[in-house]
Design a protein around this ligand. Structure first.
Ligand code: AHM
Length: 357
C-alpha cells in the first residue's frame, strides 16, 4: 500500500500524538479512520499505564488472580483481563473495526467482535510480559492493524452462536501476513510510558507526559543503528539453539564475530522493553527456536508481525533466521514463530550463518 505523507509538524518533537494524528489525517484523508483508531489507542494506553502502575498496591483490585481459568487451563490474571477489556472497549467505541480479535499471550482467550462500518481489523496482545508485573519489571501492549479483507462478509445482525460460520470465515481473513499491516504500535510501561507507532512511513516514538496527560513526540523517525554490540536472548536456552545461531553468538561473546566487537548482553524478558532498547541503542533481540520449542515462544500474529513491522520501518531486519517474519501467513491465531530482530549488520550475520548451513 502507498506510504502516507508527513510534514514538518510530524517531525517536530514536542507535538502531541493527537496533533500528530490530526496532521496525518489532514495530509492523508484516506487514513482518517485509521487516525481515529489511534485516538482510541492513545486513551487505552493511558488507562493501562494507570492500571499497571497501581496494580501492586495492597489496596489494588487488580492484584491477584481472578479465579477464571483460560482455555489452556492456566489461572488468568486480573490484569490481563482488565487490560484486554480496556483496549477492546476503546477500539469498539470507535466503530471502525470490522473484527477485533483478542489474543492475550497469557490467557489465550480469543474473542471476535463483529461490528458495522468495518474497514480495519486489530490484533493485539494487551499486556505482554505480564508475568513480570509483580516484580515491577516493564511490560507492554502490542497492536497490529490490518485492512479488512473484502471477502469477509459480515452480517451485522448476527449474534453469538449464530455467527460461528461467519466468525470462522472472518478469522481466516484476519490471518494475514505482516506485509499487509497498515499500522503497528506498542506501548511500553516502564520508568516512562512510551508509545511507538508506524503507519508504514518510519517509526515515531511518543512519551507520556503525565502532568498534561498527553503523549508527546520524543523521537521522530527513529532509525536503529546498523551496527551494535548488544544481544538480547534467553541464554539459558543456548545449548538447545541451532548451530548457526550458537556460533554467531559465541563469536560475539569472544569478539571474533564479523564486527570484531565484543558484545554485551541485556535481557529483560519482556519483549516490548527489549525491542524498545534495541531500537534506540541498537542490538539484536531474539527468541529463537530450540530443540524443545522449535518455533520459540513468541506469537506470530500479535507479537512477531507488528514488532517486525516497527523494526523494519526503523531500518532493522526481522527474521526467523531463514525467512522474513513479515512474509509468513499465520495458519492459526496463537501460532509461534522464531524471531531474531534488530541492527541490520548483526542480524545479517545470523542470516548468513543459516544460509551457509
Ligand atoms: P508472556 O506472554 O508469558 O508474557 O510471554 C511473552 C514474553 C515476551 O515478552 C518475552 O520476550 C518472553 O516472553 C520471555 O520469555 P522467557 O521468560 O522464556 O525468556
Amino acid at each position: 500500500s502507498k506510504q502516507p505523507v508527513f510534514d514538518e509538524v510530524c517531525e517536530t518533537t514536542g507535538v502531541t500524538l493527537t496533533r500528530f494524528m490530526n496532521e496525518v489525517a489532514m495530509l492523508n484523508p484516506e487514513l482518517r479512520e485509521l487516525t481515529t483508531l489511534f485516538g482510541a489507542i492513545d486513551t487505552a494506553c493511558k488507562a493501562m499505564t494507570n492500571v499497571v502502575k497501581r496494580s501492586q498496591l495492597p489496596s489494588s483490585e487488580t492484584l491477584g488472580y481472578q479465579g477464571a481459568v483460560n482455555i489452556q487451563g492456566e489461572d488468568q490474571k486480573k490484569l490481563d483481563v482488565i487490560t484486554n477489556d480496556i483496549l477492546k472497549r476503546a477500539l469498539r467505541f470507535t466503530g471502525r473495526l470490522g473484527v477485533d480479535l483478542i489474543g492475550t499471550a497469557n490467557s489465550d482467550n480469543q474473542e471476535i467482535v463483529i461490528e458495522e462500518g468495518e474497514k480495519y481489523v486489530a490484533v493485539f496482545d494487551p499486556l505482554d510480559g505480564s508475568s513480570n508485573v509483580d516484580a515491577g519489571i516493564p511490560t507492554g501492549t502490542i497492536i497490529g492493524i490490518y485492512e479488512h479483507s473484502d471477502n469477509c462478509e459480515i452480517d451485522p445482525e448476527c449474534i453469538g452462536d449464530e455467527c460461528t460460520e461467519l466468525e470462522a470465515q472472518c478469522l481466516a481473513n484476519t490471518l494475514q501476513p505482516g506485509t499487509n499491516l497498515v499500522a503497528a504500535a506498542y506501548c511500553l510501561y516502564s520508568s516512562s510510558t512510551f508509545m511507538a507507532i508506524t503507519l508504514g512511513n518510519g517509526v515515531y516514538m511518543f512519551c507520556l507526559d503525565e502532568t498534561i496527560g498527553e503523549f508527546v513526540l520524543s523521537h521522530a523517525n527513529v532509525k536503529v543503528p546498523a551496527d551494535c554490540n548488544i544481544y538480547s536472548m534467553n541464554e539459558a536456552n543456548f545449548d538447545k539453539w541451532d548451530a548457526p545461531l550458537k556460533n554467531v553468538v559465541k563469536g560475539w561473546r569472544e569478539g571474533t564475530g564479523k564486527s570484531g566487537e565484543r558484545f554485551t548482553s541485556r535481557y529483560i524478558g519482556s519483549m516490548v522493553g527489549d525491542v524498545h532498547r534495541t531500537l534506540l541503542y541498537g542490538g539484536v533481540f531474539g527468541y529463537p527456536g530450540d530443540t524443545k520449542n522449535v518455533n520459540g515462544k513468541l506469537r506470530l500474529l500479535y507479537e512477531g508481525a507488528p514488532m517486525s513491522f516497527i523494526m523494519e520501518q526503523a531500518g532493522g531486519i526481522s527474521s526467523t533466521g531463514k525467512e522474513r517474519v513479515m512474509e509468513i501467513t499465520p495458519e492459526y491465531v496463537h501460532q509461534r514463530i522464531p524471531v531474531v530482530m534488530g541492527s541490520k549488520n548483526a542480524v545479517q550475520e545470523i542470516l548468513d550463518a543459516y544460509a551457509a548451513e
